[in-house]
Design a binder for this molecule. Structure first.
Ligand code: BGC
Length: 703
């Protein structure tokens, strides 16, 4: 059920709600997460808050409470329409006392009006008597036991009830207002029950066999991130007075979704399973995409579960962002603005580490400060703690963010944004890289030591190829864009030169690092993932089958550090991002070397989608398809058995990349774009659109 709660999450870019049932069930793990609402939390620094629950609707059949954990469930079906975000559940149920009825619940979070949430319940009773509905707003929610909100106020105005709660530490106020009405059926009585922190509207109607009863619950929500705290309740109530009724709301929502899909759909013919999986992944990105907010990013689990506490990683920039950059650039810009807003926090992090410039947090939330937990309980023995080093030394994220900003600009041609914000991101991260480089006098080279690369099974490594080469790219790009800025917007260039202290001496040092940073390619062409990697014990995934645990679980943390098994593409990730800098045969030898050593099935979910693209390039269609399936079906089929923690949002983005850059082989350069038809067997047609420099492009490939 927890897996299904995740995959049946609905949302609209403002909030998401997990797919629990309106009437609840024992052990359910419901949650509504609103973008940007974080609160301080022990050990994990801060976490996205499980807000009050707007779903509760219990139904009584002649006094017997409906619930599928008792009575008889004669039939059950749940459908999520990824076309328009409508979640529908139909249950035929008979109470222990023999009262039978068909229940249909529908719900959606309006994409057209992001503060409006809709729930409708149809019941066709097969008995005579009464049906009682209890619709409430429940402030008694928690994050797996940790309570973040407390009651502030509640009340009733003209039959509408509201509830106002506040987060403990961050003092963010959230108000919900709810209207409940039946559209058919004879109403017998109605009351408002002012239960503290759980205001409830009770409606009792007459039940007659075969006569359908329909009840609507409309909810409006605002937080003090949207309006000043003292206006949250009044704004919420006012908005509820003006929201569209069900039919019109359904229509407007459908139109908004049609717009969202218009440029972003990927049509696959000949493989329904792949089509469904791809659209499911894109749906998950759509429901969490901050369309109207440039103060938030997208967490590793989107807004669909408690995993990673709503924190954002490089997942957002490297895995998800390309989908938005190419299909909805305004959303990509919002996500990049989030990083830009946190430049000060990144500067503080660099400074605290004795560096200059901007060093972005490995895990980031509402303030941009580092929020990676330093210690977490060992999943194998929860009485023991494990030290997490990523927040200290997984430094490649600063180059990843610079890369994403630069890529956004190249693809969109958004000079205004780039001049105002993007260039500063690139220059200040470059400044960090130049100051973090260590000079090795003996070997006459710059090094980045004591780091973690994308493959987190090896920590405290020296000269991780990905990190060193991306640092070099970041520095070179900074010099190039500074030249560009000097020509295009000299005043802004001057401003940045002064603000960031980009003296000729500093720029000369950048040049020196670029030339002498250690990024070797040996004669074999196999780029060593980090110094000493090739001397570790070789491990080949094929030799470990069958297994259903990761290689890190198999060998332990220390054992993994001593072996070549890797959690996710690292060198291959580098080759993917800087593809135009590497010859085809380098890509091939590295694929052949690293693919058998990569734990694609149980390692990180980020990898398979990207590895699929390289597999396409090196002519391994069957491997590519298997890797694509690992990405696309990861959550639908709970392949890693942890979808209950939330959607693997990076994998959703990587799935789109696998289709577009892998199977369609799309390559975009300054002068145009090309495709390479590598449709998997069985696919008869693949069609999608993307935006290049503001112009819509259409791609259509057939078998
Ligand atoms: C992966 C990281 C990723 C993080 C959040 C980790 O398991 O190794 O690359 O950023 O999960 O998804």
């Amino acid at each position: 059920m927890h897996h299904q709660e995740t995959i049946f999450t609905i949302g609209n870019g403002y909030l998401c709600t997990r797919g629990t049932f309106e009437e609840g069930y024992p052990g359910d793990r419901g949650a509504t997460f609103i973008h940007g609402v974080f609160d301080a939390a022990r050990n994990v620094n801060t976490e996205i808050v499980n807000e009050p629950d707007w779903l509760p609707l219990t139904v009584y059949l002649n006094g017997e409470r409906f619930g599928i954990n008792h009575g008889v469930v004669a039939s059950y079906r749940r459908t999520l329409s990824v076309r328009d975000g409508l979640l529908t559940r139909t249950v035929v149920w008979q109470s222990p006392g023999g009262h039978r009825a068909t229940f249909t619940f529908e719900r959606f979070a309006s994409l057209a009006d992001p503060h409006a949430l809709y729930l409708r319940c149809h019941i066709v009773p097969e008995f005579s008597g009464t049906l009682e509905f209890r619709a409430s707003l429940n402030g008694h929610t928690d994050n797996l036991g940790v309570v973040h909100t407390y009651w502030v106020d509640q009340g009733e105005r003209d039959g509408v009830v509201y509830l106002d709660n506040r987060t403990r530490e961050t003092k963010i106020e959230t108000a919900y207002a709810m209207r409940v009405q039946t559209t058919t059926g004879h109403q017998l009585s109605r009351a408002v029950w002012a239960v503290e922190n759980k205001p409830c509207v009770m409606v009792r109607v007459q039940a007659r066999p075969g006569n359908e009863i329909v009840l609507d619950k409309q909810v409006v929500v605002y937080t003090s991130r949207d309006v000043p705290a003292e206006q949250v309740v009044s704004t919420t109530l006012e908005h509820l007075n003006n929201v569209a009724a069900w039919d019109q709301a359904v229509e407007k929502n459908a139109e908004a979704w049609e717009d969202a899909w218009e440029n972003s759909d990927a049509v696959i013919e000949g493989d329904d399973e792949a089509q469904r999986a791809v659209r499911f992944n894109l749906y998950q990105l759509h429901i969490v995409a901050p369309r109207r907010d440039d103060r938030v990013s997208i967490g590793a689990k989107a807004l669909s579960g408690f995993g990673y506490r709503g924190h954002a990683f490089w997942d957002a920039e490297i895995f998800m962002l390309p989908f938005f950059t190419h299909t909805a650039p305004a959303i990509a810009r919002n996500l990049l603005d989030y990083r830009y807003r946190h430049l000060e926090a990144a500067r503080a992090k660099a400074k605290a580490n004795g560096c200059e410039g901007a060093q972005f947090a490995w895990e980031s939330a509402d303030t941009g400060e580092e929020v990676t937990p330093t210690w977490i309980p060992d999943p194998a023995d929860r009485r023991r703690l494990i030290r997490i080093w990523t927040g200290d030394i997984e430094i490649h994220i600063s180059a990843d963010i610079a890369y994403a900003a630069h890529h956004y600009w190249r693809m969109t041609g958004d000079d205004t944004w780039y001049i105002e914000k993007g260039v500063e991101l690139i220059l200040d991260t470059a400044k960090f890289w130049a100051s973090r480089a260590e000079w090795d006098a003996e070997n006459q080279r710059y090094e980045y030591n004591d780091v973690i690369g994308p493959d987190e099974y090896h920590d405290h490594v020296n000269n991780n190829a990905y990190t060193n080469r991306m640092a070099q790219w970041n520095l070179q790009t900074a010099l190039d864009v500074l030249d560009w800025l000097n020509a295009e917007a000299p005043a802004r260039a001057n401003e940045l030169v002064n603000e960031l202290d980009l003296t000729p001496a500093r720029l000369a040092q950048w040049q020196d690092v670029i030339q002498k940073v250690y990024v070797p390619i040996p004669p074999s062409g196999v780029i060593e993932q980090f110094e000493g990697y090739c001397n570790l014990k070789p491990v080949y995934m094929a030799a470990l089958e069958p297994r259903d645990i990761s290689t890190q679980q198999l060998f332990g943390i220390e054992g993994s550090n001593q072996r070549q098994a890797i959690k996710q593409p690292d060198v291959l990730m580098l080759l993917y991002l800087l593809r135009e800098h590497y010859a085809d045969d380098i890509v091939r030898v590295n694929y052949d070397f690293y693919a058998p050593r990569t734990d694609s099935t149980y390692g990180s979910s980020l990898g398979p989608g990207i590895q699929a693209i390289i597999a396409c390039e090196v002519g391994k269609p069957d491997e590519a398809y298997k890797l694509f399936q690992l990405a696309a079906e990861s959550d639908l089929y709970d392949l890693r058995r942890n979808a209950s923690d939330g959607i693997h949002a990076a994998s959703c983005g990587a799935t789109w990349q696998a289709v577009v850059f892998g199977f369609a082989g799309l390559r975009i350069t300054e002068t145009g774009w090309t495709v390479a038809n590598r449709l998997p067997s069985g696919w008869t047609r693949l069609a999608f659109k993307f935006l290049h420099r503001g112009k819509l492009q259409r791609v259509e490939l057939t078998a």
